[in-house]
Design a protein around this ligand. Structure first.
Ligand SMILES: O=C1C[C@@H](O)[C@H](O)[C@@H](O)C1=O
Length: 292
């Protein structure tokens, strides 16, 4: 029997990223049209400037492509300037909820542009980070959303010790992003098995282990690694996606599986790369579901 799961896509697979100067950006009509043509049901929102932020306009646009909204990613500084983080969270949560979203995916931004550098936090700043995340959880809950912390390269929750520290210090669930976890040195399958009750959202990515090791060792910058193809379609890298899906399904996970292959389109990259790669990921996922 084929298991039924909720599958969504994310704009980053089409090169749409919150990092200034990341790469060539395809227009929203192309991205949404291709998502719909591939048969995904929903999308994460993507960064400001990509889709309208007026709820009625956004609902109308997504509706035109038969897509619903999962929620969205909010990378914001949590370790200082709490008032600003709470204001941004309130605005994002109100928008996600008004458009039918159910999850706020939070990342502990450094305050620098991009994900290549990471200043160290003091214990006091870490405590503020945890407290701000908890307050954002409450703000989102008031809008009917759940909040998950997304361990992410180039943020303050990247490496295994930081993921474990966050799990110990906070009650929040995690966005289990198989790619960012692996690059940060955490085995996503093992994490999912150890903390099944903390998996609140899933971003499915595949990653080349050789390039991930170079990034971890500090011999390759993250942006350069993305340019060299550290992210691959599902099934073509070194993440055990099948075991991950089996493990979270067996634990009763019933949230979204968001297909995300972080992509930076160069001036010469063909426009059809994101669609082709996502199609390959969907085919791999379908095989996994057939085997459940
Ligand atoms: O969840 C995510 C949102 C993206 O926009 C971000 O750049 C990417 O790395 C990611 O994992």
């Amino acid at each position: 029997m084929t298991a039924t799961i909720r599958v969504a896509a994310a704009p980053i697979s089409w090169g749409v990223c919150e990092v200034p100067g990341w790469g060539r950006v395809l227009d929203a009509g192309t991205v949404l049209g291709e998502m719909a043509a591939l048969g995904v049901q929903a999308t994460e929102l993507g960064p400001p400037g990509y889709l309208p932020r007026d709820p009625a306009e956004l609902r109308e646009l997504l509706g035109r492509y038969d897509l619903t909204l999962v929620g969205g990613f909010l990378a914001v500084v949590l370790h200082e300037n709490q008032e600003n983080a709470l204001k941004e969270a309130e605005e994002s949560a109100a928008l996600f909820a008004a458009c039918g979203g159910d999850v706020l995916v939070l990342a502990a931004a450094t305050g620098l542009d991009g994900y290549d550098e990471r200043p160290k936090l003091t214990d006091a700043e870490w405590a503020t980070l945890v407290e701000t995340a908890s307050k954002i959880h409450d703000i989102a809950a008031a809008h009917g959303l759940h909040t998950v912390l997304h361990p992410h390269v180039g943020t303050h929750v990247e490496q295994q010790a930081e993921v474990e520290r966050f799990l110990a210090d906070s009650d929040l669930g995690l966005c289990l992003d198989t790619g960012h976890l692996m690059i940060g040195g955490t085995d996503p399958v093992e994490l999912a098995k150890r903390y099944p009750e903390r998996v609140g959202h899933v971003h499915l990515k595949d990653v080349r282990a050789d390039l991930a090791a170079e990034v971890r060792a500090g011999r390759l910058g993250y942006t350069d690694a993305v340019g060299r193809g550290i992210y691959t379609p599902l099934g073509e890298g070194d993440v055990d996606v099948a075991s991950m899906v089996r493990s979270v399904q067996a634990a009763g996970y019933d949230g979204w599986y968001v297909l995300e292959q972080d992509t930076a389109l160069g001036a010469e990259s063909p426009d059809d790369v994101p669609r082709r790669d996502t199609e390959r990921s969907l085919a791999h996922l379908a095989k996994i579901l057939d085997s459940l």
